[in-house]
Design a protein. Structure first.
Length: 260
């Protein structure tokens, strides 16, 4: 990496960067976070909120469930153990290869969240835990695809970096408590190589942007969950830490449904 910062880049320049970055960094990511995530556990966020406690997807037994941006499919593996019929998708072949090594009796499908290879109205529940939405310039397409593949009445749940955090440095120390950017500065965080090619891009959207994308796709918002930092949780994950988590929200989880 030769340069990093918040900057405008053409959408076309970042196309494919997410897949390449996750392919290159899958092993390192799982080495660092795999124990916390577990092989067959469902964690929504660095705050450690587990689906076993939150039940944001509702009763999944006998339901057809799609995970978007599954990584190594830890969440899907847990859901399969709860009796769901699960399909896990990710854009990264390296992440899906890791999922295959861990194992599980459910399909793994390499797919872009903006062009899912499934028929209309084929799932009861679709979800993503920090997958896809932060890494594409056109997140509205992710919501639109989730809407398309959901049956009427189906549930769509997604967790994302809480938009408020983008006004603060990505620093787990006290320095990360002082806002140094405008909340309304929507330039993505971008990493470039020496030739100026985009290696990594992560996109900021305000809370209003996220809700507009959701409603614009046709969904009805049921809940906005902002997990609090739990007592006894002292793990640092990038810019997430107790120092910051006790003062500012780190994650937003949108719970919505497709109307009947």
């Amino acid at each position: 990496m030769a340069d990093a910062g918040y900057r405008d880049v053409a959408d076309s320049a970042a196309t494919g960067a997410g897949r390449l970055w996750w392919d290159a960094n899958a092993a390192e990511y799982l080495d660092e976070h795999g124990a916390f995530l577990g092989d067959d556990d469902f964690c929504w966020c660095p705050e450690g909120l587990r689906e076993a406690d939150a039940r944001l997807l509702g009763d999944v037994r006998g339901r057809r469930v799609l995970e978007v941006g599954s990584g190594a499919a830890q969440c899907s593996r847990w859901l399969a153990g709860q009796g769901a019929s699960v399909v896990a998708t990710d854009v990264s072949g390296a992440m899906l290869a890791a999922a295959a090594r861990i194992g599980g009796d459910f399909p793994l499908v390499q797919a872009d969240a903006r062009a899912l290879p499934f028929p209309d109205a084929s799932f009861d529940v679709v979800f993503t835990a920090y997958g896809a939405i932060p890494f594409v310039p056109d997140a509205a397409r992710v919501h639109a695809e989730a809407f398309r593949v959901l049956r009427p009445g189906g549930r769509w749940v997604c967790s994302v970096t809480h938009p408020i955090r983008w006004a603060f440095p990505d620093d787990p120390s006290e320095r990360g408590l002082t806002a140094d950017r405008s909340y309304f500065d929507r330039r993505p965080y971008v990493e470039l190589d020496a030739a100026g090619r985009v290696l990594y891009a992560e996109y900021h959207r305000t809370l209003g942007d996220h809700l507009a994308d959701l409603v614009g796709a046709g969904f009805v918002l049921d809940r906005l969950v902002e997990p609090e930092w739990p007592a006894g949780h002292d793990r640092t994950w990038g810019g997430w830490s107790r120092v910051r988590g006790e003062r500012i929200p780190g994650t937003a989880i949108l719970v919505a449904h497709r109307p009947d």
